[in-house]
Write a protein that binds this ligand. Structure first.
Ligand SMILES: [Zn+2]
Ligand SMILES: [Zn+2]
Length: 308
């Protein structure tokens, strides 16, 4: 196991946002109105995380235009969880090496704190490996956003201050972002520890309705590890999946399309098993595709439309 080498350049702003949230609320005073703004911006940006970083950039579970792809990256990065390319590259490794020593954030091998926060603050995970996201690396606008990943979040903070002064900045940015971070991080930590397992997978992923509400549907994490190509993570009507409902709505307007759904047989437990991680020479390992094979030939999931 590698030693825990935390980068101060990431750690200082990370803890600084937490401190600004607590001190800021103490200074400007409690307000339900402004707290409502914090929650609204939490869920709008959580959609960027789940519908953008995760279900689009990491897994390509649906298709969209190049301009909306860019909007998704900007919205996702307003959550200040680094670049969409960075996020997808590490998340693909999470699925490829789930709960092994090579998983960037395994609860099983490195415990709660590492899987929740530590891995993000570590110098070991700072770089983006283009080989992990070759399908996305070809877009210069995404590479630019990945390099200048703090731009959308910083612009949000400045905009909030200009429009609503200190209360808007404290609640809409510092408090909302702190909650959003920990809401998102529960998927890497608690979703591999707390909940039930419907499907047999090689990892410890769980289904948890509480985490599904907090994360707009990502709490159905055992479903997701079992069949990662699905745009929908709540496989049954009672498994609330707000991200999927938003994407379904966007598909009605033609903004997104080709939403890949699990078949009856997959939901019954007959999905093709995820490829088990293979030991390969380091130089060759990066070329290995991360996606599951398509469930049917008519469901391409790897191509983005360039017809903007
Ligand atoms: Zn995933
Ligand atoms: Zn996972």
């Amino acid at each position: 196991m590698k030693k825990r080498d935390y980068g101060w350049l990431v750690s200082l702003p990370f803890y600084g946002v937490h401190a600004a949230a607590v001190i800021g609320v103490a200074l400007v005073g409690w307000s339900w109105k402004w707290f409502g703004l914090a929650i609204a911006l939490y869920y709008v940006r959580m959609f960027g995380v789940t519908g953008g970083y995760h279900r689009y950039f990491s897994h390509r579970t649906y298709r969209t235009s190049r301009w909306f792809q860019f909007i998704l990256a900007v919205l996702a990065q307003s959550s200040l969880q680094k670049g969409a390319l960075w996020w997808a590259a590490h998340h693909r490794d999470h699925h490829k090496y789930s709960d092994t020593e090579r998983d960037p954030h395994s609860f099983r091998t490195r415990g709660f704190w590492w899987s929740h926060v530590g891995w993000i603050l570590s110098r070991d995970t700072e770089e983006t490996d283009p080989n992990r996201i070759a399908d996305l690396w070809r877009y210069p606008e995404l590479r630019w956003l990945n390099k200048w990943h703090i731009v959308p979040g910083t612009a949000l903070a400045i905009g909030l201050y200009l429009v609503g002064s200190w209360p808007a900045l404290v609640y809409g940015f510092f408090l909302s972002t702190t909650l959003l971070w920990h809401g998102t991080f529960t998927i890497n930590s608690l979703s591999h520890y707390w909940g039930s397992r419907r499907y047999t997978t090689t990892d410890d992923s769980r289904n948890n309705p509480v985490l599904a509400i907090v994360t707009m549907g990502e709490g159905w994490h055992n479903n997701h590890h079992y069949y990662q190509r699905s745009v929908r993570q709540g496989f049954f009507w009672w498994e609330i999946d707000l991200t999927y409902y938003v994407l379904r709505t966007l598909s009605v307007f033609g903004i997104v399309w080709d939403l890949h759904l699990p078949s009856e047989s997959v939901r019954a437990g007959n999905a093709m098993p995820a490829p088990t991680p293979r030991k390969r020479p380091a130089a060759a390992a990066s070329d290995e595709p991360v996606m599951l094979p398509p469930a049917s030939a008519s469901a391409p999931a790897l191509a983005v439309s360039d017809a903007e």
